[in-house]
Design a protein around this ligand. Structure first.
Ligand code: CO8
Length: 260
């Protein structure tokens, strides 16, 4: 369902969620945050959707951050509530059983980069710029950036980016390990679609379990993570997909996964 600030389009198993506030470079007001969370919950429930892609409307921006004009007048309580709602929305992406790809088509700054970092991986347009400029505004990332970025690229590079507030080009962000792939702007959608379709052809219970194992494993000791992995591995042997996948291999045919 489309809302004032989000567009949802389901195409061939892929649910495209577009942040739609291009006149403000898709900056995240509280209303946009709420609309995004609600759209993500709908996509998680929609059986026609196997992979979700988040992108930004217009030519210029993925999301240029939290809405500075709204934040400018907040007191501590409103700021806490804003950050809490934002963190809840980005945490939901990690809880989704479906993979979520960020298609970063332009500026991904502050809360915008934090939204992209909460996704499972990022593909970016050559003209994208990525950074966490919060300290240039007298605040810090409040959308998970101080936690997700160091886990992704290590503390020292995360500190450099967060302390300086500088923006990286898409190519630099790829070299830093923030972005998986960079494409010319006109190819981004097709390349994201190609990868999303490759994922969607697989056993989606298995893909969801792999996401679960990786995300939760990162917060566990290696031993606990391995134990968690083996329990998820074992559970998949109760699925039709495991039987279909292995029987199809033996019969030298393509597997027809049902996601159950
Ligand atoms: N908030 C509100 N409005 C914005 C934002 C923003 N983050 N970014 C751009 N806009 C608006 C501009 O004010 C302008 O509006 P108007 O036409 O009414 O003046 C319109 O979008 C177009 O922007 P510009 O004219 O500035 O476009 P330029 O091409 O000249 O510049 C930039 C593009 C470089 C991206 C520039 O707009 C910019 O620096 N934007 C701010 C980037 C930023 O600092 N982001 C971080 C914000 S802080 C944050 O994200 C903290 C979030 C953590 C908590 C979140 C909890 C939910």
């Amino acid at each position: 369902m489309n809302t004032e600030y989000t567009l949802t389009e389901v195409n061939d198993g892929i649910g495209w969620l577009t942040v739609n506030r291009p006149d403000s470079l898709n900056a995240l007001t509280s209303e946009v945050v709420a609309a995004l969370e609600s759209a993500l919950r709908d996509l998680e429930q929609d059986p026609a959707v196997k992979v979700v892609v988040i992108t930004g409307a217009g030519e210029k921006a993925f999301v240029a951050g939290g809405d500075i004009k709204e934040m400018a007048n907040m007191g501590p309580l409103a700021a806490k509530e804003y950050a809490r709602r934002g963190q809840q929305m980005v945490s939901f992406i990690g809880k989704m059983s479906k993979p979520v790809i960020a298609a970063v088509n332009g500026y991904a700054l502050g809360g915008g980069l934090e939204l992209a970092l909460a996704c499972d991986f990022i593909y970016a347009s050559e003209k994208a710029k990525l950074g966490l400029p919060e300290v240039t505004l007298g605040v810090i990332p409040g959308f998970g950036g101080t936690q997700n970025l160091p886990r992704l690229i290590g503390p020292n590079r995360a500190k450099e980016l967060i302390f300086s507030g500088k923006a990286l080009t898409a190519q630099q962000a790829k070299e830093w390990g923030i972005v998986n792939e960079v494409f010319p702007p006109e190819e981004l959608r097709a390349k994201v679609t190609e990868t999303a379709q490759a994922i969607a052809r697989n056993g989606m219970l298995a893909v969801g379990s792999a996401k679960d194992a990786i995300l939760h494993g990162l917060d566990m000791s290696k031993e606990d993570g391995l134990r968690y992995e083996s329990s998820l591995f074992a559970t998949l042997f109760a699925s039709d997909d495991q039987k279909e996948g292995m029987q199809a291999f033996i019969a030298k045919r393509k597997a027809e996964f049902k996601g159950k």
